[in-house]
Design a protein around this ligand. Structure first.
Ligand code: SF4
Length: 390
């Protein structure tokens, strides 16, 4: 599998908890940024050696990709198809902010080739959205989901957040119930992380807001696990649930399976053949670098500010750390062996002994042989498992 990620670092306003590479008040740079993305896609298609021949997934992430014009989204998808080749039925996802998703725009996105929308709802409770600094209100979220459905989207994912200061278990349950009533195919549920440098972090540090305690946050996660499985969802990744395998997020599975992806745009990361690269986070710098890309004999990654070559052991560690997040399928012993020429047990004997003895992971039979998978206890203490492979 091979995926392309396009980073769209524009937002109407910065949410109070956000530490992503994104900027508010720079929307006038969007036309130049769009041209720069096209330039980078073309450049990389010519320069990068040993790229997989076709693209299985495309992901427009951000930031707020739903601020792009639908024509630009179409041109970018067409460019990827022309330069790299899209497999038939490729998953093409776009992250959408409910405050920016009208019925007409949803229809245009579908026409442009987007076949999966990931809608950043976060909460259906007014004061929670206000506390997070989101630009939308609960009814806009509901309308955005209805618009997407009416436009013809058959693969809709909703993002919800738990552990919001002041949130009770009942509030969280109400959010889950409202999400379920809208019948999404996929749900991503994230615990709010208070990142230093964000307004929410400062508000909690100063005592203005009370953080949700760890125990309550764990109860919220367990409640979601129970409710969603009862409702027929499959819990296939620590933070992700889908209505069956067909609706699992294919693009994100490329990351969790440590497979190659090309990231284009300011602040985007790529992972190709053991090489990790990060593009410049500045929109202006990115546009300038891409403007000169045609004339200069730029290297493989003309907007790169950081390059890292991973050795085999680090790749193996990452494969375990990321793959163990896949709660349904875990890590296949045969696939690991085939990829690295070594058995998981030989590379990580002590680590495995430790987490198997603590009943955090177990071997399960799959049609292609044994897979190492988290137990329910391991899902709840996932970080302790992932840390074994750091
Ligand atoms: S919409 Fe998303 S990327 Fe933009 S500021 Fe809010 S959390 Fe950050």
């Amino acid at each position: 599998m091979f995926g392309i990620y396009l980073h769209i670092p524009f937002c109407r306003r910065r949410c109070k908890y956000c530490d992503f590479i994104t900027y508010a008040g720079k929307e006038e740079l969007m036309p130049g940024y769009f041209a720069a993305l096209i330039a980078e896609l073309r450049h990389q298609a010519n320069k990068l050696q040993d790229l997989p021949h076709q693209v299985d997934t495309v992901f427009f992430g951000g930031g707020t990709p739903s601020l792009l014009k639908a024509e630009w989204v179409k041109d970018l998808i067409d460019c990827i198809d022309k330069e790299y080749g899209l497999v038939k039925g490729a998953e093409i996802s776009l992250e959408a902010n409910p405050g920016t998703l009208s019925p007409a725009f949803s229809a245009k996105l579908l026409e442009a080739g987007v076949n999966r929308l990931s809608i950043g709802v976060q909460s259906f409770i007014d004061h929670e959205l206000a506390l997070l600094g989101r630009i939308h209100n609960p009814s806009q979220a509901v309308e955005a989901i209805h618009s997407a459905r009416q436009a013809g989207f058959r693969n809709i994912s909703l993002d919800l957040m738990f552990g919001i200061p002041g949130q009770s278990l009942a509030d969280w349950q109400a959010n889950l119930q409202q999400a379920l009533a809208l019948q999404p195919e996929h749900l991503s549920l994230y615990s709010l992380i208070l990142e230093a440098g964000t307004q929410l972090f400062d508000d909690v540090e100063s005592g203005k807001l009370q953080p949700v305690l760890e125990d309550l946050s764990a109860d919220m996660f367990e409640l979601a696990m129970d409710v969603l499985v009862e409702e027929g969802f499959s819990h296939y990744e620590i933070s992700n649930w889908s209505r069956g395998e067909a609706f699992e997020a294919q693009h994100n599975k490329i990351y969790w399976k440590n497979q190659p992806y090309l990231g284009v745009g300011a602040g985007a990361h790529s992972s190709i053949n053991g090489l990790r690269v990060a593009n410049t986070p500045s929109i202006e710098d990115y546009i300038n670098k891409m403007n000169s890309v045609k004339s200069a004999e730029n290297g493989n990654f003309p907007a790169t500010v950081e390059t890292l070559r991973l050795d085999a052991y680090t790749m193996q560690q990452e494969t375990m750390m990321l793959g163990m997040r896949l709660t349904r399928e875990g890590v296949s012993a045969d696939a690991f062996n085939e990829r690295y020429g070594k058995a998981i047990l030989d590379v990580f004997p002590r680590e495995l002994e430790h987490i198997i003895a603590r009943k955090l992971v177990e071997w399960r039979s799959f049609p292609d042989g044994p897979h190492l998978v988290l137990t329910r206890g391991g899902i709840l203490l996932g970080n302790q498992v992932f840390q074994e492979f750091v």
